[in-house]
Design a binder for this molecule. Sequence first.
Ligand SMILES: [Zn+2]
Ligand SMILES: [Zn+2]
Length: 132
Amino acid sequence: MPNMNIERDWIENWRKSLVRLLGPYARVIPEQQIIALKNKVQEWIQDATMVHVRCKECGWKGGGKSLLTAANPFSINDTITGCPQCSSINSTIQVCDVHNCWEDVCAGWPSEEGYRQTCSKHRLMRTALKQL
Ligand SMILES: [Zn+2]
Ligand SMILES: [Zn+2]
């Protein structure tokens, strides 16, 4: 049954990545859950298309398109951004591309669907998926 073996291989690869990511308890995660996780990761890779930001001053979080923008009065070709909630200037940082994840960006990587920037957790998930 060659197909079964291929399945075993990727499940074991994922398990190794998960142990690195989550710690030793990942050794006993049921295979069904690993398969479900893989489907989930494939889903968010397709989903991660929008720039998300978080305000360091007031904690507001949302899409990058919601930011207020204006020409910088001190530098002609420059734009400044404002938080739509507290109006702080240049107070927002980019967060993980993945839907509903608000962790700081740690790495960028190219994907079939364009350049992505994600937190360390989602980068590791991506790495795990790449190894299939
Ligand atoms: Zn704010
Ligand atoms: Zn993330």
